[in-house]
Design a protein around this ligand. Structure first.
Ligand code: ZN
Length: 596
């Protein structure tokens, strides 16, 4: 096909055509002009940013009959010879890693060039050389023949021995920006008479991930399959083979089904030729979209989706709380190095999937509520004691009630209610086993009736309703099922017929009988009772997230997250006394904001 050689055709032939590496271009052009040519250069940088291309141009610049010149003529016999003859050799460090290869290179280098001014050895992926091979190379670099120039290229400069580094002039190539890649692709499209949509160019540039080579190969592929017309839909389809849909599959498996299914799916994607980098990027996109959707509910803010993938996103998003999506996105984002900057990307990817799958297990720990602990109104001991006491009480009361063990709802969180009226239904068992206090954590409550209700609704795909419920807590209080939310408006929405009826039905199904429901706006804002529930306050949360201490805690404990921000109790105390209490010398901004 006519477009197949595009990337080759558009490979830069002069320094000026190289995109994004101006610092290297200027330095080398000056060196050539002033005759200060080094005998060994090291080009480092990620793949596809132009290191080898640059090396070839440098070989011509050194050898052009009209030079050495930064602007080789490209037509003289010497310029033509570069790339065809034996005086300029490209060696792949990955497949010529042994001492014998380097020995023959050294012997060869000792001879004067046959036709050109300089013999140029371009060793790509030089970090792959064996230790012995590096030693052999070092000897040559220590006493370089005057007519030889070495250009070493590497994606991993940290794996090159210091002895070598000290004898080369090093240039670091940087990753290209989306705009740089897009600009070049746009230029190619114009010159080649290929019509390319702006969206398509932007998409390809984004997925090139800083590599011009990848961007061009995507473009070439798209131009071929589109017959000279590159649309965004086409590019999406191309990437989509291992892109969004596959990433949704993968995220669903990891988050909903667990490690086993996720790893199996990953293996099957690989066997179908999925590109790890695209897959990783797509996975980040899916998690990002899920987080954005659960926080804002606005589909307009999502990346481009097909109607089908949008449906799946809605469905997937509703299956987890927004805090969980934030956590999952955070985990994936931090795994970038493990997947992209390693020799073992498969392993890194698998590790990421395990982390995602494991994140569910981490969540109940969050519910231990660091912020509450910090304000010290609930000690861990108190919580444990309350739990043990309640468990003991539950056991004592239910010796003859054989159903008790089966009811995970025994972990329901509320202070001990008045003794139930001796009913033996599941619900009264729940009540008798009520644990003291929020210390046990909201997530514990999820283990019981509340969780069962949500699971039933998930099964019925009540997405909107579930989205609402994720902003609320469900508790059993004195025979009633109380749904608590900080926002009255949301509770009002819950009362709408299409939500209220399915909710009652699910509750009845979960509890095994009709349960009276009460809606409650949490009002504990101004009354920090020891067992009071801290109100969730977006302003406080934002403030807390600016706190170095909070950030440090979040950073130090993998998977930790801010669940609840609660103002410190001594708000009526004069500011300096409060500050002294904190023994930090500075008033705690989280507390003082609420005090105003
Ligand atoms: Zn020339």
């Amino acid at each position: 096909m006519a477009y197949e050689a595009l990337a080759r055709k558009w490979r830069p032939k002069t320094f000026d055509e190289i995109v994004g590496q101006g610092h290297v271009t200027r330095a080398l052009a000056n060196a050539i002009t002033s005759g200060k040519i080094h005998h060994a250069y090291l080009f480092s940088g990620t793949r596809g940013v132009g290191k080898t291309t640059f090396a070839r141009i440098l070989a011509r610049a050194l050898n052009c009959e009209k030079g050495p010149t930064p602007t080789p003529c490209l037509t003289c016999p010497s310029c033509v010879e570069v790339g065809a003859g034996t005086d300029v050799q490209e060696i792949d460090g990955a497949s010529n890693t042994g001492i014998d290869d380097i020995r023959s290179l050294r012997e060869n280098a000792a001879y004067a060039p046959s036709r050109l001014r300089y013999k140029v050895y371009i060793i790509d992926e030089v970090h792959m050389l064996s230790k012995q091979a590096f030693n052999g190379l070092l000897k040559t670099l220590e006493e370089p023949p005057p007519h030889v120039v070495f250009i070493l290229a590497t994606t991993e400069p940290n794996r090159i021995p210091d002895t070598i580094l000290s004898r080369v002039q090093r240039f670091d190539f940087r990753m290209l920006t989306d705009a740089e890649v897009r600009g070049r692709l746009s230029e190619m499209a114009r010159a080649e008479g290929i019509s390319a949509e702006e969206d398509a160019l932007a998409l390809m540039a984004r997925y090139a991930f800083g590599s011009m080579r990848d961007g061009q190969s995507l473009f070439e592929q798209a131009a071929v399959s589109g017959g000279g017309s590159v649309t965004a839909a086409l590019v999406e389809g191309m990437l989509g083979l291992v892109g969004v849909e596959a990433a949704i599959d993968l995220v669903s498996a990891a988050v909903l089904d667990g490690a086993g299914p996720a790893l199996t799916r990953f293996a099957s994607l690989l066997s179908r030729g999925a590109d790890l980098k695209f897959l990783f990027l797509s996975l980040i996109d899916v998690l990002r979209d899920a987080a954005v959707l659960s926080f804002t509910g606005r589909e307009a803010l999502l990346f481009r989706h097909s109607p089908a993938s949008l449906d799946r996103m809605r469905d997937l998003t509703a299956r987890r709380a927004r805090e969980e999506w934030m956590l999952l996105l955070d985990i994936a984002f931090r795994s970038e190095r493990d997947v992209l900057a390693t020799e073992f990307p498969h392993l890194g990817f698998e590790l990421l999937l395990l982390r995602l799958a494991n994140a569910q297990g981490l969540l109940p720990v969050e519910a231990l509520d660091l912020s509450a602990d910090l304000s010290a109104d609930l000690s861990a001991e108190a919580a444990r004691a309350a739990k043990a006491e309640a468990a003991g009480a539950a056991k004592a009361e239910k010796v003859e009630q054989k159903t008790s063990a089966a009811a995970p709802a025994a972990t329901f969180t509320r202070k001990p209610s008045s003794p139930p009226a001796g009913k033996t239904s599941d619900l009264s068992a729940d009540l008798s086993a009520d644990l003291s206090a929020e210390a046990a954590g909201a997530a514990k409550a999820d283990a019981g009736l509340w969780d069962a209700v949500r699971r039933i609704l998930e099964g019925k795909k009540k997405t909107v309703l579930l989205g609402l419920l994720y902003q609320m807590r469900g508790e059993v209080r004195e025979g009633e099922f109380v749904i608590v939310c900080d926002h009255e408006m949301m509770l009002d929405r819950l009362k709408e017929k299409d939500k209220w009826e399915p909710l009652l039905a699910a509750l009845e199904e979960a509890a095994g009988r009709a349960v009276p429901v009460r809606l409650s706006v949490s009002t504990e804002k101004k009354s920090p009772e020891p067992d009071g529930v801290a109100p969730e306050d977006a302003g406080l949360e934002r403030k807390a997230l600016e706190e170095p201490v909070v950030l440090e805690i979040l950073r130090s404990f993998e998977g930790s997250m801010l669940v609840k921000v609660q103002p410190a109790p001594p708000v009526e105390v004069p500011r300096n006394a409060a500050a002294a209490d904190e023994d930090a010398g500075e008033p705690d901004p989280v507390a003082t904001e609420e005090g105003e």
